[in-house]
Design a binder for this molecule. Structure first.
Ligand SMILES: Cc1cc2nc3c(=O)[nH]c(=O)nc-3n(C[C@H](O)[C@H](O)[C@H](O)COP(=O)(O)OP(=O)(O)OC[C@H]3O[C@@H](n4cnc5c(N)ncnc54)[C@H](O)[C@@H]3O)c2cc1C
Length: 417
């Protein structure tokens, strides 16, 4: 059996591991258009800051591939999939045939049309290890950095640069930070914390134009301001890589459509990770859940199914656990939409908690600097526990494991408590 995996990151690596667990003899080839063995993508901001050294970036041990007899083709870009002849063509020539194919090729930064942006040498995105290396090489202590986009990636870039440059300005079109996951109250707590680090944050602004030849010297904001800029980072968002799937005639929407076995609409082709849309158990809609743990689980599921073992991906929902400048943020489920009457919030100093309760179920939460109960809240969402069945009110500040009735506790890992 010939297994071909396109993408050498969370989804691809876990798929290859799962395949090898069940099929000791099949040929496994992983193709990556990057130059490095698999690394921890979320670590690139820590590499930028210097907290994580190059030798600690690897996602798996150096002998991961050789121990499992996996052929790794780096600097190799898959260009086209022929689902009938079961062949993948590479950019610059070369073809590989497969019996089972996994597309695990993640996403690409979205760079909007901005006047005069093309051909500028000091414009960066922040998605890959290479991006982080290039940024590190370009910065100096006099750099004035503008980051377009105040989402996870933009803020992580800001954190990585902090203390190494003269000025950091983060701008966003929305009226708050991380607008896709946080409401204004929660976003304001994070913003206050970031501003205390002397990072400038500007809202309701976008870049109309950049000024400079070969290198951006100033950017022109939509409010008319023209601040100086030595490094411009575009972190407006990412788009799932669906081109390969489209070339194979696979059904796609925003991402590649898969079933619960991570099988696409084409026979013997699977997809996993940031490039797919999967079922969000809370909204019952297909969504791109672009998160590392999600990619690993989906990759593993795809790997098992590629060997012929039927294995369903567990139901999932969006969950983010991030720290910015030492401040902990956890958000899960549906947090920023729905009926306002369902929302319960409390703020204590720099701690914030928001619960979203609908039809006697917890369907989402946000915790800032208050992560002790995240595990319980997550379990309540996962198990769809009726809140009225609990021993006391979930809104109580001091909830602990004894919130579960005694009988229910027995069935849990913490049953002895
Ligand atoms: C700065 C940053 C911080 C993050 N922090 C967190 C966090 O704290 N928690 C969290 O859960 N998630 C975080 N994420 C998101 C997480 O990294 C992704 O969800 C995860 O990497 C997705 O894994 P994947 O395997 O699906 O895709 P990717 O990791 O994107 O890997 C896909 C690979 O496929 C390659 N590829 C693409 N097209 C081709 C092609 N045609 N041919 C060959 N190779 C190809 C790509 O170059 C890439 O190497 C962060 C991401 C970034 C950028």
């Amino acid at each position: 059996m010939k297994y071909l995996i396109i993408g050498n990151s969370a989804a691809g690596i876990n798929a290859s591991d799962a395949v090898r667990t069940l099929d000791k003899k099949g040929d496994i080839t992983i193709v990556s258009n990057e130059e490095f063995p698999a690394y921890g993508r979320p670590l690139i901001s820590y590499f930028l800051s210097g907290k994580v050294k190059a030798e600690n970036m690897n996602y798996r041990d150096e002998d991961f591939y050789s121990l499992r007899n996996i052929k790794l083709l780096l600097n190799t870009e898959a260009e086209k999939v022929d689902a009938v002849k079961k062949k993948v063509t590479f950019r610059g020539g070369g073809k590989v045939d497969y019996d089972k194919l996994l597309i695990a090729c993640g996403s690409t930064p979205f760079v909007p049309e901005i006047k005069n942006l093309k051909e500028q040498k000091n414009v960066f995105t922040f998605l890959t290890y290479k991006d982080s290396i290039k940024l590190k090489e370009a910065l100096s202590k006099d750099s004035k950095v503008i980051i377009a986009g105040a989402g996870l990636i933009g803020l992580k870039a800001a954190e990585g640069l902090y203390g190494q440059v003269e000025k950091i300005t983060v701008i966003d079109l929305a009226d708050r930070l991380m607008s896709s996951v946080l409401d204004k109250t929660a976003a304001d707590i994070i913003e206050k914390h970031i501003k205390e680090k002397d990072i400038e944050v500007l809202h309701n602004i976008y870049i109309e134009e950049v000024e400079g030849k070969e290198k951006v010297k100033r950017v022109k904001f939509s409010n008319g301001d023209r601040p100086e800029c030595d490094i411009l980072i575009i972190a407006i968002g990412v788009r799932p890589n669906i081109k390969l799937a489209v070339s194979a005639g696979i059904k796609t929407e925003r991402g590649i459509i898969v079933d619960e076995y991570m099988q696409t609409s084409q026979k013997d082709i699977y997809a996993a990770g940031d490039c797919v849309e999967s079922l969000d158990m809370l909204s019952n809609e297909n969504k791109v859940l672009a998160l590392w743990p999600n990619a690993t689980t989906q990759g593993e599921t795809a790997g098992f199914n590629m060997t012929g073992k039927r294995h369903k991906a567990p139901a999932s929902f969006a969950m983010n656990a991030i720290s910015f400048f030492g401040l902990q943020l956890i958000s899960a489920g549906i947090v920023s939409s729905g009926d306002a009457n369902n929302l319960f919030s409390d703020t204590r100093g720099d701690k914030f908690r928001r619960l979203n309760i609908a039809n006697d179920n917890l369907i989402g939460f946000v915790l800032i600097n208050d992560n002790q109960r995240a595990g319980i809240y997550t379990a309540l969402i996962n198990d769809r526990t009726k809140l009225s069945s609990l021993e006391y009110d979930i809104k109580s500040k001091d909830i602990g494991l004894n919130i579960y009735p005694k009988e229910a506790r027995k069935g849990k890992a913490w049953g002895k408590l």
